[in-house]
Design a protein around this ligand. Structure first.
Ligand SMILES: [Zn+2]
Length: 481
């Protein structure tokens, strides 16, 4: 027979207050703080906006991580929270209450809601990983004197109602509230809107920044000053929307050159930058040496993809010390066929003890280029992931490469192109040869090492846009099924 546990006094008190919202609002100042976290959660669940507002105004802890509870954004709830902050700021500080220092609107797991159970002191600020990050990025005086509002922004194409509401609210209060955005990811937003956001959420607080916009000349020149202020950035990802960048040809006017130089020089302000991704930024062609020379710290991740770098760009790979501790190198879609690959070989030699993932998909390398890379690759024993799809390797060279991978026993995912012998002179795939030769390559590999997740793949089929893939067995493109 099961015995039902009776509700605790705290639970009974909460239930009574939720039933009588007017009573709850009138007595909120006098409520014991133990009641606040659970009652606030239930007020949010029930969207009791007046109670939410009153409770924010009387919040008895230094941090209110409300974003963790607002998994589905809701404009009315957000407005109630912001109204509560206003109410709090416009009245006398309640001597019984702790001062609210951080309103955390980020949708991140927060230990506060799980661990708080009426402990003596609210020491969760040091227990929560996310909160620790906030504390380290906020100036000390901000924590003491001024309320900080912390957000992450993921904005696609236009501001949602909640984002517009928060931004407008913040713009009117930026003089006396410290606004921090830790992760800012923006796709295809007009630059004047981005500028408006950065005027309120100061660039120095951003740790992770992703920007996909049309990189026209004007944007580069207007972005440069904000970019140089992102001094706490550790992850940067820049890409164009709709492949829109200036410098479509290889020549640059002196004015464009000036903008690009100024933009690149800002990298020297990013003291903690560790992960750098630049996709399709054609205007950076011929500037890699200059850019790598501005880096202040060794990079962990370098991703330069989908535009044509020059030989001098590739040359800088072999002499830029800041690249010599890379864990992840992604050069997807950069055509290497006509370049001297030797600098990449030198870089790989330097990465023997660090490199974990290498993506050379679509680089269109030739047999002779792979031959140059094989000795260096065979020593990269930390590699867990390689991708060589869409390169032009023939059967003997692929076999030779696989035989040299005995040391690469950490590889979890390995992707190789189907050998050139699978195609006829017009580039059409013979599925029979594909199956036969891929099986042969698999046997070659099995003789030196037991692979975990391996595949050989053809070019993308022009009719069905799928590949023929040989993994545990063949999976042909839709045309052959
Ligand atoms: Zn097909």
């Amino acid at each position: 027979m099961s015995v039902q546990t009776p509700p605790t006094l705290l639970k009974l008190a909460r239930q009574a207050l939720l039933r009588d919202e007017a009573l709850a609002m009138s007595s909120v100042e006098e409520l014991p703080r133990e009641l606040f976290p659970a009652l606030f959660k239930e007020a949010l669940d029930g969207r009791k906006t007046m109670l939410i507002k009153t409770m924010v105004a009387a919040w008895p802890f230094p941090c209110l991580p409300v974003g963790a509870l607002m998994v589905t954004p809701d404009l009315e709830t957000l407005k109630a929270v912001l109204d509560g902050v206003d109410m709090r700021l416009t009245r006398e500080f309640h001597p019984r209450r702790q001062k609210l220092q951080i309103l955390d609107l980020r949708n991140v797991n927060h230990a506060f809601w799980n661990t708080w159970a009426g402990e003596e002191e609210c020491d969760y600020l040091t227990e929560t990983v996310d909160e620790k990050q906030v504390v380290t990025i906020l100036p000390r005086h901000a924590l003491k004197d001024c309320l900080s509002v912390v957000v992450d922004f993921y904005i696609h194409y236009c501001l949602k109602d909640e984002e517009a509401c928060l931004l407008q609210w913040a713009q009117q209060r930026k003089a006396y509230i410290n606004f921090c955005c830790v992760k800012m990811k923006i796709w295809a937003l007009p630059f004047y809107v981005i500028q408006g956001i950065l005027e309120v959420f100061h660039p120095k607080h951003i740790q992770e920044f992703k920007l996909n916009i049309g990189w026209i000349e004007d944007t580069v020149s207007r972005f440069t000053p904000c970019f140089g202020q992102m001094t706490n950035l550790h992850t940067l990802s820049l890409a164009p929307t709709y492949n829109k960048t200036f410098k479509h040809g290889w020549t640059t006017s002196p004015r464009e050159q000036k903008y690009v130089n100024k933009f690149i020089s800002q990298f020297s302000n990013l003291k903690g930058l560790q992960h750098l991704s630049m996709k399709g930024l054609g205007f950076l062609r011929d500037h890699m040496k200059q850019l790598f020379g501005c880096l202040r710290k060794p990079l962990e991740t370098l991703s330069i993809t989908h535009y044509q770098i020059s030989q001098s760009d590739l040359d800088s790979f072999s002499c830029s010390q800041r690249l010599f501790q890379l864990k992840h190198l992604d050069m997807r879609g950069i055509i290497l066929l006509l370049l001297d690959i030797m600098p990449l070989k030198v870089l790989l030699e330097n990465l023997a003890d660090t490199l974990q993932s290498l993506d050379l998909k679509g680089c269109r390398m030739s047999n002779s280029q792979l031959t140059v890379l094989i000795p260096a690759l065979s020593h990269c024993s930390k590699l867990t992931k390689v991708n060589f799809y869409n390169n032009n390797f023939s059967m003997p060279i692929l076999k030779d490469f696989l035989r040299h991978t005995a040391n690469l026993n950490k590889l979890n995912v390995e992707q190789y192109p189907a050998p050139l012998e699978c195609y006829d002179d017009l580039g059409a795939l013979s599925t029979e040869l594909f199956v036969q030769l891929c099986a042969e390559l698999m046997d070659t590999l099995l003789a030196v090492r037991q692979p975990k997740n391996i595949s050989f793949a053809s070019e993308v089929c022009v009719r069905c846009r799928e590949r023929c893939v040989y993994a545990l067995g063949p999976r042909l493109c839709l045309c052959w099924q």
